[in-house]
Design a protein around this ligand. Structure first.
Ligand code: SAM
Length: 245
């Protein structure tokens, strides 16, 4: 029986690939790639000749069954996506879930992922965080989704497309309030930039002209709702209390 290797690939800078990932990509019988042309460029850069097959959103289910048969037949397969870790806002989950149910060995070859890369440089708390992927595209859905996150205390991480940035910032401001935020764009690439401030400040800055490229938004978690009565009571010292009698 073959093994499925889940391989991390760069999120921009082609040097961000591990030696183990390169060796694995060289050695497997087949590479299942989200976009074979995209992956071919990476392989060419490292002079790796490999057999590629496509595995993407639209053929995930049928392709998973086909790959299962190949693995049962003894082929070793590497799974890669266009960038970062497969399965993180990318195809992979269905295949991995099926293979695990069928008892096929799945081995991770960890690499970069935009979410944790953004989180660690955001300056926001890293001890607890919630990755939320892409927000719904429709305004109403996006808002109600954000409503559901209002009480979330963990740092929030979102992926976003540049043409939706200002709409998303406006919704975050309205629903979650004027929290601290970091916008990390073009990570590991030439025009890498992290802009941090309050949501209202970023909204003001990008009102006219949204920044280009790939981006991650890291948003401060919500503060625990204060019990006002309790706070008032705590604020009164015993002396104050006695004086007021
Ligand atoms: N699998 C990838 C990962 O592990 O991060 C994510 C794939 S998802 C389809 C693509 C989104 O990830 C982009 O729209 C952007 O939000 C984020 N992203 C990927 N590469 C990035 C980079 N170099 N800089 C900033 N964001 C990036």
């Amino acid at each position: 029986e073959g093994i499925l290797y889940v391989c991390g690939t760069p999120i921009g800078n082609l040097d961000d690939i591990t030696l183990r990932a390169l060796n694995t990509l060289k050695e497997v019988d087949l590479i299942a790639a989200e976009d074979t042309r995209h992956t071919r460029k990476l392989l060419n850069h490292y002079q790796i000749e490999a057999k590629l097959t496509s595995y993407h959103e639209h053929n995930e289910l049928e392709k998973s069954k086909e790959l299962l048969e190949r693995l049962r037949g003894g082929l070793d397969v590497a799974l890669v996506s266009d960038a970062g870790m497969p399965g993180i806002s990318d195809p992979g989950y269905r295949l991995i879930s099926l293979l695990r149910e069928e008892g096929i060995k799945v081995v991770p070859i960890p690499g970069p992922t935009a979410m944790t890369t953004a989180l660690v440089i955001s300056g926001l708390p890293t001890d607890r965080f919630a990755f939320e992927g892409f927000l719904p595209r429709k305004k109403n859905e996006r808002r109600s989704y954000l409503e559901g996150l209002k009480g979330e205390e963990r740092t929030l991480i979102f992926y976003e497309a540049p043409h939706r940035l200002t709409k998303t910032l406006a919704d975050i401001l309205e629903v979650l309030g004027d929290r601290k935020i970091a916008l990390c764009r073009e990570l590991t690439k030439k025009f890498e930039e992290t802009i941090s401030g309050k949501v209202s400040e970023l909204l003001e800055e990008f009102k006219e002209d949204s920044p280009r490229g790939e981006m991650v938004l890291v948003v401060e978690g919500g503060v625990i709702q204060q019990d006002e009565e309790l706070e008032e009571w705590r604020g009164l010292s015993i002396l104050d209390h006695l004086e007021s009698l």
